[in-house]
Design a protein around this ligand. Structure first.
Ligand SMILES: [Zn+2]
Length: 449
């Protein structure tokens, strides 16, 4: 039987996701999983919450909770909402799982053995007003690449460039807004991904069937002068996966954790181990190790365009660099943004429709249908309430609803609620069947298989 491994970009733990997040990864991944199951294929569909990093720590502090406790609670909330939307994950895991701790430390050890990790003294931003280091997202400033004035320390969400906090122009603390910042020395591990440029280039070149959106973003960061810089994979934080070389201590790295971007994609693999440990399946290596059965698996990832650099460069660098036979992605389906009523959805500003609100307003099928039929594949698309209302009334209620209603009423009045045995088909039935078959064939061509 053909086997398909499907992962959706993993949502961050600090709050409820909006409809733009949903249509950019989880929902189309769910559609693809259902399609493949319908074709009789064996599917493993995985998603998880992304739980490490400063935003989780700060959200927990704000909620007056211990960070582990906060993450457990928010994971349960997100899992329940995913169920409400009938997202058919085989497992919804957690990047803070023991399985991910072990695998992340394992990959770091392999990369170190392969000479792909260097120890460097890093200049990191310290906020005097906040009394702490300000890693990645907790520094804001102007993007040196495009001039966007609300770029975060890890990435500019306007132009998708991956950044380091010290790259920002006119940086300020995102916690307090303070500009009383100072750069202090601290020692960190770097992944030498720039040394893998040729290998990554060749791998991406071999993917001739990828969507243009995916390859164009990957190639831009790969070949742009500084697009594939070596990146820090550790942070001075308490919450996260302790830095170890496999199962060994890592001298000089005591008290540090891996940086969330390094451990989050490894959760795709760890999630399969969680799935087995939860008693839902067996033999996860069969999906992930090409020396243990995964050579026949087709692996498809779904994500918004801002996640493409991590999935086309950083995560493959981790996998290729390990020198072990882990499964690499076969196809990356990326999406543009869904906008909200003339602007962007924004979690921080509470702007848009959030998944829990949506379910409290209407059943999930209304949202699933509208979002999938307006998925931002070739360009950004827009949600407006008027559009949503008109689409639901016209296509769902009038066209599909009336069709189903008439057929069932007709069956009831003519056949007494029993669907009649199929007899010989007439010319009209044959025409309908041929038409349906042609459409099914067209769908198979679009999905390529
Ligand atoms: Zn930018």
């Amino acid at each position: 039987m053909e086997r398909v491994l499907i992962t959706s970009a993993i949502p961050y733990i600090n709050g409820i996701k909006h409809l733009g997040n949903l249509v950019g990864s989880q929902l189309p991944a769910d559609l693809f999983a259902r399609y493949n199951r319908g074709r009789g294929r064996e599917v493993l569909f995985l998603c998880a919450t992304d739980e490490h990093g400063t935003p989780a720590e700060l959200a927990a502090a704000k909620a007056g909770m211990d960070v582990a406790e906060y993450c457990a609670k928010m994971h349960a909330v997100q899992a329940e909402i995913a169920q409400g939307f009938r997202l058919s994950f085989d497992h919804f895991g957690r990047s803070s799982s023991p399985q991910n701790h072990r695998l992340t430390q394992h990959f770091a050890g392999r990369l170190a053995d392969a000479g792909l990790i260097s120890e460097v003294s890093e200049r990191q931003v310290y906020s005097n007003a906040d009394g702490r280091f300000l890693p990645d997202r907790y520094i804001e400033g102007t993007c040196p690449n495009c001039g966007y004035d609300k770029a975060r320390g890890d990435q500019c969400e306007n132009c998708t460039k991956q950044l380091d906090p010290t790259d920002l122009i006119e940086p300020r603390s995102a916690i307090s807004g303070s500009t009383d910042l100072q750069v202090r020395e601290t020692k960190h591990l770097y992944l030498r991904q720039s040394s893998m440029r040729d290998q990554l280039n060749a791998w991406i070149d071999s993917k001739t069937d990828w969507p243009i959106l995916t390859t164009s973003i990957a190639k831009k960061w790969l070949n742009d002068g500084d697009g594939l810089q070596d990146r820090g994979i550790t942070r001075d934080l308490d919450w996260g996966i302790p830095v170890k070389k496999g199962t060994q201590e890592w001298p000089g790295m005591e008290g540090k954790v891996f940086y969330v971007w390094f451990d989050a994609p490894i959760e795709y693999i760890a999630c399969a181990a969680e799935w087995v440990d939860a008693g839902k399946g067996s033999d996860w290596e069969r999906w992930w190790r090409t020396d243990m059965g995964a050579q026949d698996v087709r692996y498809v990832q779904f994500m918004g365009k801002d996640n493409v650099p991590f999935h086309t460069l950083s995560f493959p660098a981790t996998i290729l660099g390990s020198g072990e036979p882990w499964k690499l992605v076969d196809y990356i389906k990326s999406f543009n943004y869904l906008n909200y009523d003339g602007g962007q959805f924004s979690t921080s500003q509470g702007r848009g429709v959030f998944m829990d609100q949506a379910l409290s307003i209407l059943p999930s099928d209304y949202w699933r249908w509208w979002l999938l039929s307006h998925a931002p594949e070739t360009s950004d698309s827009e949600f407006t309430w008027e559009n949503f209302q008109a689409g639901v009334n016209k296509d769902l209620a009038d066209v599909l609803g009336n069709f189903v209603s008439r057929i069932t009423k007709f069956c009831r009045s003519k056949f007494g609620e029993v669907i009649p045995e199929a007899g010989a088909y007439g010319a009209q039935e044959a025409r309908v069947m041929a038409d349906l078959q042609a459409r099914l064939d067209a769908i198979k061509r679009i999905w390529r298989r």
